[in-house]
Design a protein. Sequence first.
Length: 240
Amino acid sequence: MAGSAKIRLYVEHPLGEGQSVPLSRDQAHYLFGVMRLATGDAVALFNGRDGEWAAQVVDAGKKGGTLECSASVRPQGAPPDVWLLFAPIKKARTDFIVEKAVEMGVARICPVQTEFTNSERVRRDRLQAHATEAAEQCGATWVPEVSEIDRLDRVLASWQPGRNLMFCDEGLAGSGAALSGAGGAWAVLIGPEGGFSDSERSRLNGLDFAHAVSLGPRILRADTAAVAALTLWQTTLGDW
């Protein structure tokens, strides 16, 4: 039998000692066609519910295969209760935001349409796949849900009671407006490349649950702002 697993794979199947896990055609192609695994090789599995499990290849085929769980490696974990709301930008940079949000630890990823959002149509399934790949790479035992894109005004109108919103306002660059407050349920909102409109900024500043913050003395690009904002939240109120 091969040694410890170098590949982590997200599956939807239940995991447990002796549990057989069937592979989809795409998963089999990745493990056996791309990564060249063979019978007896080790794979680490997680499904977002049962923690991480050590498993071995028991059947390796071109169109499918089977893994078998042998031992629990880590208990199920969970990220802090923070969502990332962001206005989609160019494809590669949107992918970057999703991947880094997973690595940095968020519970949900929510694309929002603002007045100045200027991007191509957002495919939720593609972004969800990027989130899954990021979780596999970074050691998370969960995959954050990527929601369908929705208009910012509608999101704010149906806001979840008790959840605070960290609103990153580029208009406050250099002002020193800092994050404050207690832990609990939060969301971080990043604006589009063109910034928030005056009406959006006015509405956000008028919400009891919204907290405007500065991300430093310089105006950041949207993808940089997402990383900076999550870093600020995690080091102040999160699990860092």
